[in-house]
Design a protein. Structure first.
Length: 161
């Protein structure tokens, strides 16, 4: 793929659901990132991806867009390009099988599903000037920085890819 790759590093220590200054929760208060459930890890990855998109100048307009064809994790607008961006977010622990590249995280079936989701989005929000498909991979290590790999235009409408 000829897509440009962007890597951002975020630092994280602990995660808590409690507001600052609140008493610790009965389950033990702050938790290490390695203790997050798979669902919580996915939500954290989507939150980080949305923040990353905002940092790069995109405007997040919807999270977890659902239609009959499936779900897009994030829908954003790239005002510079004048396009809607459908973003697939893949979050993994760094110790779960080593590193990976964002463009490898979305297989052919997922790309086909995203194309159908895009078609549904176009029909619901006509007119849409252009659609781009991005992939963001979030790697969460046991300790140390969280890495974000963003691949704008990770795939296109071409059904042969």
């Amino acid at each position: 793929m000829g897509a440009r790759r962007c890597t951002q590093v975020y630092f994280a220590e602990t995660v808590t659901d409690e507001p600052e200054g609140a008493a610790p929760c009965p389950e033990g208060g702050d938790r290490d990132l390695s203790e997050l459930s798979r669902h919580e890890l996915g939500e954290l990855g989507e939150d980080i991806a949305a923040a990353h998109l905002a940092d790069t100048g995109l405007v997040v307009i919807e999270r977890n867009y659902r239609c009959s064809e499936g779900e897009a994790d994030i829908v954003a607008v790239d005002e510079d390009e004048g396009s809607i961006v459908l973003v697939e977010v893949k979050t993994r622990r760094a110790d779960a099988g080593g590193g990976f590249f964002a463009e490898e995280a979305v297989d052919a079936a997922k790309r086909r599903r995203y194309r159908r989701i895009a078609a549904a989005y176009l029909m619901e929000h006509f007119p849409v000037p252009a659609i781009r498909f991005d992939v963001i991979a979030v790697t969460v290590p046991k300790g140390g920085p969280i890495e974000v790999h963003h691949v704008p235009g990770a795939f296109d409408w071409d059904a042969q890819r």
